[in-house]
Design a binder for this molecule. Structure first.
Ligand SMILES: NC(=O)c1ccc[n+]([C@@H]2O[C@H](COP(=O)([O-])OP(=O)(O)OC[C@H]3O[C@@H](n4cnc5c(N)ncnc54)[C@H](O)[C@@H]3O)[C@@H](O)[C@H]2O)c1
Length: 270
């Protein structure tokens, strides 16, 4: 057996675009990949926050609303202008709204689906259109890797109160599998992570909105949710970031079309 070359065992030098990078899961992945010597483009609708993180980690910052076509083009361009290629996309920006099914308006449906599904598709498409034209990642047989953030809500509504969100995340799994099939012959992989209940600003919003609807004190909804986690604690951003780092790196090169639950055991089997 040949010994793997160092180029096959490291992420160093990979160029990575992260959407929703300013905080939460996106920021945790940015920190991990910066520590692994990746070259980062950090994109977020929150310009000042993403600029601050990029200044700290040494990457490029782009203020981008992923629902806008021009912003998508601009953030992908940064990687090609700076480094001439994009090795990994972490397609992660997302929003949620907790609302009873009977009260969901068309405007709310559109807002959630625009960011979580439509934008995820067109960000993936914009990255893939450039990736198919580029030579393989140095030391790899692959031209590029596309990683989406879905959710266990894709399989089992995290609660009946997040219908549009759950539908969007089921769509993200579907887009990932379509892309995996469409792009395999180009040597581009597509996989997604499905986190469970992660302690971020998004869950603080869920706790607030659901707590108000159900008459619970702040923090109670979160406590009840994590009481059911088989591994006995809430999920941290680093729990997700470790798996995304694996998906961005060479050790997952033979995986494509997968949706990986990272949820402390909340969902066992799809
Ligand atoms: N927190 C959880 O429990 C959980 C569970 C499963 C999946 N997820 C998913 O993980 C991803 C990250 O969520 P998080 O928990 O880190 O949330 P978060 O709210 O902390 O971070 C989301 C980031 O996305 C950015 N963003 C929102 N809309 C945007 C837009 N239109 N364009 C560009 N950026 C935009 C926000 O500014 C923010 O920085 C989301 O897709 C979310 O659905 C989260």
């Amino acid at each position: 057996m040949p010994t793997p070359s160092p180029a096959h065992t490291t992420l160093a030098g990979r160029t990575v675009l992260i959407t929703g990078a300013a905080r939460g899961i996106g920021a945790a992945v940015a920190r991990r990949l910066a520590a692994a010597d990746c070259r980062l483009v950090l994109a977020d609708i929150d310009g000042p926050a993403v600029e601050k993180l990029a200044a700290e980690l040494g990457g490029a910052a782009v203020r981008a609303d992923v629902t806008r076509e021009a912003d998508i083009a601009a953030m992908v361009d940064v990687a090609y202008q700076r480094w001439g290629r994009l090795d990994v996309l972490f397609n992660n920006a997302g929003v949620i709204r907790v609302q009873p099914l009977l009260e969901v308006t068309r405007a709310e449906w559109d807002r959630v689906l625009d960011v979580n599904l439509r934008a995820v598709f067109f960000v993936l498409q914009a990255a893939a259109r450039r990736m198919v034209e580029q030579p393989p990642i140095p030391g790899s047989e692959l031209r590029g890797k596309l990683i989406q953030t879905a959710s266990i809500a894709a399989y089992r509504g995290a609660s009946p109160l997040v219908g549009p969100y759950a539908a969007s995340k089921a769509g993200v799994v579907s887009i990932t599998r379509t892309a995996a099939q469409a792009l395999a012959s180009h040597r581009i992989t597509a996989n997604c992570v499905c986190p469970g209940a992660v302690d971020t600003a998004m869950w603080a919003q869920i706790d607030r909105e659901q707590g108000t609807l159900e008459g619970r004190a702040p923090g109670e909804t979160w406590k009840r949710r994590i009481a059911g986690v088989p591994l006995g604690r809430g999920e941290t951003v680093d729990d997700v970031a470790g798996v995304v780092t694996f998906l961005a790196g060479p050790d997952s090169d033979y995986m494509t079309g997968q949706a990986i639950n990272v949820d402390g055991g909340l969902v066992m089997g799809n």
